[in-house]
Design a binder for this molecule. Structure first.
Ligand SMILES: CC(C)(COP(=O)(O)OP(=O)(O)OC[C@H]1O[C@@H](n2cnc3c(N)ncnc32)[C@H](O)[C@@H]1OP(=O)(O)O)[C@@H](O)C(=O)NCCC(=O)NCCS
Length: 476
C-alpha cells in the first residue's frame, strides 16, 4: 500500500511542479477526451516505443476516492506552500504571503482602536484581476437553471468533507438561492472562474450585502461566502485572486468592509468559536461512524442518554409565518444590541433569512397569550452524502441560526427545538458557542467538537471579543 501510494504521489507532485498548462489541458479535455485517446490503437511499428508519461489526473481518477483523499492530504503535508494553520499556536510560525498584504490586523497586535485600516480608495481598479492563461472570470447568473446546477456540482464535489472521507456536503439550488440571493443581492458578487476550453466551473466566491454592527459602529458591508477552488487546482494560489477580485467588485459599489468566517487561522480572528453537536439519531450516527460521538458509549446507552421527548413543552410554540415578520424583527433587533458583532436586519431580510423554506430553513416562534411574539428559534439544513455505506446514503444536520428568548428559558426553548428538528428527520443539531448558547449546550447534551470557527473583518480593526459576545451566525 505504501509503495503504491508513493508512486502515485510522485506522479501528481511532478505534475503540479510544472507550470499550469498541462493542468488547464487536463481540465479542458475532461474524461471524454482521455477516453478517446486511450482507445486509439497503437500502431505496430510504435509498439517498441516506451509508453508516454501517464496522465496524472487519469491516474488519480482511476483510484478509489479514499486513496485520492490520502494523496491530497500528503500533498498538503509536503507541499512547498503549506496550508494555513488551524491553531493560533501554529499561526505564530506561519508566513502569510497573501494576507500580510491585505488590510487586516496583524496577528499578535494589541488592538485598542476602532476603525478602517485603509480609507476608501478614490478610484477603484476598473479591470478584473488577471487569471492564468486558459481561465476566465464568469459572473454567475443563478437564475439560469444550468448555471445553478453547475454551482451545486462544484460545491458538492469540492467543498468541505469530513476528514476521514465518510461524508460529503451536498448543495441544493433552493439552499443556494437562500444563501446567495437575500434582499439587494448583486449578481456581480457571484464570482466564478471557468476553464476556457470547456467552460467548466472550477472556482467560486460570493459576497452578499449585510448591515453589520461592530461594537458601536453600524456599517453597510458584505458577508463573504462559499469560497471554493476545484480540488485539482488547490495550492496554486487561486484563492488570493478570487479574494482580490471579489473585494474589487465590492469596492466598486462603494463598500470597504466585509465579515467572513473560516476554519483556518488567518490574520486576525475577531473571535474564535467552537462548534458543538447534539445527536438526534444516535443509532444512525454510530452506524455511519460520525466523528465526535463518544466512542465509550454503546448503542443502548447512547439511545437512553440522548433520548428526547416526543412532543414540545412550550405553550404557544409554532412555525413562523409571514404575519410574524414584524414581531420577529423587533425581537431580533432588541437582542442584537447586546453583542459586539451582530447584523441589523431589515424587515425584508427577516422575511428572507427566517421564513421557513422546505429543506432550507426552519423557524419557530412563541406567541404569548396576548398575541405578541416572545421567542424565536431557527435552524438551517445542511445535508451530506454518506459515502460507501451499505445502508445510509444521507445525513441531515440542522445548524442553529438564531435563538432569541424573552419569556421562555433558552434551555427549554432549545430542548423543544431539538424535538422539532428530530421530528423533521434531522440526525444531528450543530451550534456554535456564540450568543447565549453556552447556557444550554452542556445541559442539553451537546458534545464539544475540536472544530473551531474564526470570525474575521476585512479592513476594520477593533479589539477581539469572546464567543458569547458574537451575535451572528453566517450560514455557508
Ligand atoms: C479554501 C480553499 C479555497 C483554499 O484553496 P487552496 O488551493 O488551498 O489555497 P490557494 O493556494 O489557492 O491560496 C492560498 C492562500 O489562501 C489562503 N486561504 C486558504 N483558505 C482560506 C480561507 N478559507 N479563507 C481565506 N483565505 C484562505 C491561505 O491562507 C493562503 O494565503 P497566505 O499565503 O496568506 O497564507 C480550498 O481549500 C477549498 O476550496 N476548500 C473547500 C471549501 C472551503 O473549505 N472553503 C472555505 C470555507 S471557510
Amino acid at each position: 500500500m505504501c509503495l503504491r501510494f508513493t508512486l502515485y504521489f510522485e506522479d501528481w507532485h511532478l505534475f503540479t511542479m510544472t507550470d499550469s498548462e498541462p493542468l488547464d489541458k487536463t481540465l479542458a479535455e475532461g474524461d471524454g477526451a482521455r477516453g478517446k485517446k486511450s482507445k486509439r490503437k497503437l500502431k505496430k511499428e510504435d509498439a517498441w516505443r516506451p509508453a508516454p508519461p501517464k496522465d496524472p489526473f487519469a491516474l488519480l481518477d482511476s483510484l478509489p476516492e479514499k486513496n485520492q483523499q490520502e494523496i491530497q492530504k500528503a500533498l498538503h503535508l509536503f507541499s512547498m506552500s503549506p496550508t494555513p494553520p488551524k491553531t493560533l499556536h501554529e499561526a505564530k510560525r506561519y508566513t502569510y504571503q497573501f494576507w500580510d498584504t491585505q488590510p487586516v490586523p496583524k496577528l499578535g497586535d494589541n488592538i485598542t482602536a476602532h476603525g478602517p485600516i485603509i480609507e476608501a480608495a478614490l478610484s477603484v481598479r476598473q479591470e478584473p484581476y488577471s487569471l492564468p492563461a486558459g481561465f476566465s472570470w464568469d459572473t454567475l447568473d443563478l437564475s439560469t437553471q444550468t448555471v445553478m446546477k453547475e454551482l451545486c456540482t462544484l460545491l458538492s464535489e469540492n467543498y468541505m468533507q469530513e476528514d476521514d472521507n465518510t461524508m460529503k456536503l451536498t448543495f441544493s439550488p433552493e439552499y443556494l438561492q437562500w444563501l446567495l440571493q437575500p434582499p439587494n443581492w448583486l449578481s456581480q458578487w457571484h464570482c466564478g472562474v471557468r476553464v476556457d476550453a470547456n467552460n467548466k466551473l472550477v472556482g467560486f466566491i460570493a459576497a452578499v450585502p449585510a448591515d453589520v454592527r461592530v461594537y458601536e459602529t453600524q456599517m453597510q458591508m458584505v458577508q463573504v461566502k462559499l469560497l471554493c477552488v476545484h480540488k485539482k487546482l488547490r495550492l496554486k494560489r487561486m484563492t488570493p485572486v478570487l479574494i482580490r477580485e471579489v473585494v474589487r467588485r465590492v469596492n466598486q459599489q462603494g463598500l470597504g468592509q466585509a465579515v467572513y468566517t473560516a476554519a483556518v487561522v488567518l490574520p486576525t480572528p475577531l473571535s474564535s468559536c467552537r462548534s458543538w453537536h447534539r445527536p438526534l439519531n444516535p443509532q444512525k450516527l454510530m452506524q455511519v461512524n460520525y466523528p465526535g460521538l463518544r466512542r465509550s458509549m454503546n448503542l443502548q446507552r447512547a439511545l437512553k442518554f440522548f433520548h428526547l421527548p416526543e412532543v414540545t413543552k412550550t405553550r404557544g410554540l409554532r412555525p413562523m409565518t409571514g404575519e410574524d415578520v414584524v414581531g420577529a424583527h423587533s425581537l431580533l433587533q432588541k437582542n442584537s444590541s447586546r453583542f459586539d458583532l451582530s447584523t441589523i436586519l431589515s424587515l425584508q431580510e427577516v422575511e428572507h433569512w427566517l421564513l421557513p423554506r422546505e429543506n432550507v430553513i426552519d423557524t419557530y416562534v412563541v406567541e404569548g397569550d396576548d398575541g405578541t411574539l416572545t421567542d424565536v428559534v431557527s435552524f438551517y439544513a445542511v445535508s451530506s452524502n454518506v459515502l460507501n455505506h451499505p445502508v445510509h446514503t444521507e445525513l441531515r444536520a440542522a445548524h442553529l441560526l438564531h435563538v432569541t428568548s424573552s419569556a421562555t428559558h433558552p434551555a427549554d426553548l432549545m430542548e423543544d427545538a431539538l424535538v422539532l428538528a428530530k421530528s423533521k428527520g434531522f440526525d444531528i443539531l450543530s451550534a456554535l458557542d456564540v450568543m447565549d448558547n453556552k447556557s444550554f449546550l452542556e445541559k442539553l447534551k451537546f458534545n464539544a467538537t475540536d472544530k473551531s470557527l474564526h470570525y474575521y473583518l476585512y479592513n476594520w480593526m477593533c479589539p477581539g471579543t469572546r464567543p458569547d459576545k458574537v451575535g451572528l451566525v453566517l450560514p455557508s
